[in-house]
Write a protein that binds this ligand. Structure first.
Ligand code: IGP
Length: 263
């Protein structure tokens, strides 16, 4: 089964946990929750605006984790927190990871902590029972990629393209080769993210890896005022697109059938 991990910025609206429930109902396999940070340097305009809106509402990590703890018994899919080093190291990684675990969050992605600086955070996460997910990009050299794959937990995040998060017109040509390189060195699932903006991108990326992470296209809808019910439809469309990659006839087989028809 190919996986779909949609993203939501924590605290973006007062009823933000209703979006989580909608994502789950639409068939998300896990959900990434962004803990908003004032200087999200890897994020494009959509996620930046989403973070800004959440911060302007006065949301805090404490408030987000309290909201999560309140709905945790209605959520059966794993939750991953995504945030920046600054927030993780403010009170120390041990305290941070323990608080995540207490709120029912089982994974953590911190894109600005590179693998060679991840020792302290890795052990804090492991001690708290939280999977620290590491990221690889198209420019990551082979040796480093092997280290990232070996030290990542839960899955490996394949950053499809250089640059910031955000919607794109096409799936980057670098996505599939990167997923193949990572899959060659690990048995962990490889999830492709950055620029998966349309159902057809999700199908193509799910074909190349084990699944997709989708954020900006959904957060743009939330910013535009779409309701949890409307997001449920969006995530359901992505679910169908990801499942399509599973249902396809393997390439060799399809080719044989085509030539058979012709012959
Ligand atoms: O927004 P996109 O292009 O759909 O890509 C997912 C990405 O936004 C999400 O996984 C994410 C949000 N913030 C990040 C920072 C770094 C790496 C990844 C992320």
């Amino acid at each position: 089964m190919k996986r779909l991990y949609p993203y939501l910025t924590g605290g973006i609206t007062e009823d933000w946990t209703d979006y989580l429930l909608a994502y789950q109902q639409a068939g998300a396999d896990a959900i990434e929750i962004g803990l908003p940070f004032s200087d999200p340097m890897l994020d494009g305009t959509t996620i930046q605006q989403a973070s800004d809106r959440a911060l302007r509402r006065g949301t805090t990590i404490d408030a987000i984790l309290a909201d999560l703890a309140a709905v945790r018994d209605r959520i059966s899919v794993p939750l991953f927190a995504m945030t920046y080093a600054n927030l993780v190291f403010r009170d120390g990684p041990e305290v941070f990871c323990r608080r995540l675990a207490e709120a029912g969050v089982s994974g953590l992605i911190v894109p600005d902590v590179p693998v060679d600086e991840a020792d302290g955070l890795s052990s804090a996460a492991e001690a708290a029972g939280v999977d620290l997910v590491l990221l690889a990009a198209p420019v990551t050299p082979p040796e480093r990629l092997a280290e990232i794959a070996a030290r990542s937990r839960g899955f490996v995040y394949a950053v499809s393209v250089l640059g910031t998060t955000g919607e794109r017109d096409e799936l980057a040509g670098t996505a599939a080769p990167l997923a193949a390189r990572i899959k060659a060195v690990t048995d962990l699932p490889v999830l492709i993210g950055f620029g998966i903006s349309r159902p057809e991108h999700a199908t193509a990326a799910a074909r190349a890896g084990d699944g997709v992470v989708v954020a900006s296209t959904l957060m743009r809808r939330v910013l535009d005022g779409a309701t949890p019910g409307e997001l449920l439809d969006d995530v359901a469309a992505l679910r169908a697109a990801v499942d399509q990659a599973d249902q396809e006839v393997p390439a060799d087989h399809a080719h044989a059938e085509v030539s058979g028809d012709r012959g």
